[in-house]
Design a protein around this ligand. Structure first.
Ligand code: ADE
Ligand code: ZN
Length: 324
């Protein structure tokens, strides 16, 4: 899979924090973790669902405190992604967890954007930043976040919405998405991971987002599948995440190929690779094996990753030419 040029469109920077680095950052910042060794931490990676995972994920976020931490985290992910044939990575990042620990926004976004620039020099990978709000918080909090990142407008390509889905429908954030669009951001929303197909429809029809993160439950509503195909809305699916969070219990019934066959532009992504047992290539490999995908299917997935990205047209054209 490394030889296949691809874009990664759904990865949370916080979810790329490897156990060894979590322990190292905790030590460096004088913080205690509930897990003493990286092996103990790995043992905690047996999740019963999204909310149970998010508790471990937010505990991990607690060790990231300095500009250097964010820079090293981003650099490590981009180096690894480039090594897997990723040409472009659109990375979600949720500042609210770090603002809770009084980490200034300039340290957070400054560290990340420094690493993006350095990685471009080092390996040629294009990194882009998508700032994500937490849906378990209020829409007022999300609007406040938009205000806070305003000085970083030129460094932030888009905004998203993540965290606990059930009971927090996209419509709760309609004004957030409208304000973001008004400021020129591209938009993406987690929908249909644990939430119903109706949340995917709401993200499109009420929030008018450009892209859907996950979209796993779309096949529950055939008319929604037709809408996704007609409007050519990209779904950023994450097979190993869905398996580890018990969204699906068997990748052999994973709806990715059915959605592709229905004309929906689906892509394969890692979500939180250090927690779910695989980076983007391991996700491609898992679905290829489970669904017996052909070489042509895999190339279609890679093409979709570029056409579904928020890249400038010339960059996308160059990547598609490379795929042949
Ligand atoms: N934040 C990080 N990973 C997430 C996921 N799988 N779903 C929702 N929010 C997230
Ligand atoms: Zn996600």
């Amino acid at each position: 899979m490394t030889a296949l040029p691809k874009a990664e469109l759904h990865v949370h920077l916080e979810g790329t924090l490897e156990p060894e680095d979590m322990a190292r950052f905790a030590r460096r910042n004088g913080l205690a973790l509930p897990w003493v060794t990286p092996d103990e931490l790995r043992a905690a990676y047996s999740f019963t669902g999204l909310e149970n995972f998010l508790a471990v994920y937010f505990a991990g976020c607690g060790v990231l405190r300095t500009r250097a931490d964010f820079r090293e985290l981003t650099a490590a992910y981009l180096r690894r992604a480039a090594g897997q044939g990723v040409r472009r990575a659109e990375m979600l990042f949720g500042p609210q967890a770090f603002l809770d620990h009084d980490v200034p926004i300039d340290d957070q976004l400054g560290g990340i954007t420094d690493a993006i620039a350095e990685a471009r020099e080092e390996t040629g990978i294009e990194g882009a930043l998508l700032v994500s709000a937490h849906r378990h918080r209020t829409e007022a909090d999300a609007l406040e976040l938009l205000d806070l990142i305003r000085p970083w407008r030129s460094h932030v390509l888009g905004v998203g919405l993540g965290s606990a889905e059930r009971g927090n429908p996209p419509a709760k954030f309609a004004r957030y998405f409208a304000a973001a669009r008004g400021q020129g951001y591209r938009t993406t929303c987690h929908a249909g991971e644990e939430g119903p197909a109706a949340y995917i429809r709401e993200a499109l029809e009420v929030c008018d987002v450009d892209r859907i993160d996950h979209g796993y439950t779309a096949t529950d509503d055939p008319s929604l599948v037709s809408l996704l195909a007609d409007r050519q809305v990209t779904l950023t699916m994450c097979p190993l995440s869905n398996l580890r969070l018990r969204v699906t219990d068997d990748l052999r019934t994973y709806p990715l190929k059915r959605l592709m066959d229905a004309g929906v532009p689906v892509t394969v992504n890692s979500d939180d690779p250090s927690y779910f047992g695989g980076y983007v290539n391991e996700n491609y490999e898992a679905v290829t094996e489970a669904l017996q995908l052909s070489d042509a299917d895999v190339i279609t997935l890679a093409r979709n990753s570029f056409t579904g990205s928020f890249a400038p047209a010339e960059e996308t054209a160059k990547a598609l030419a490379e795929l042949g």
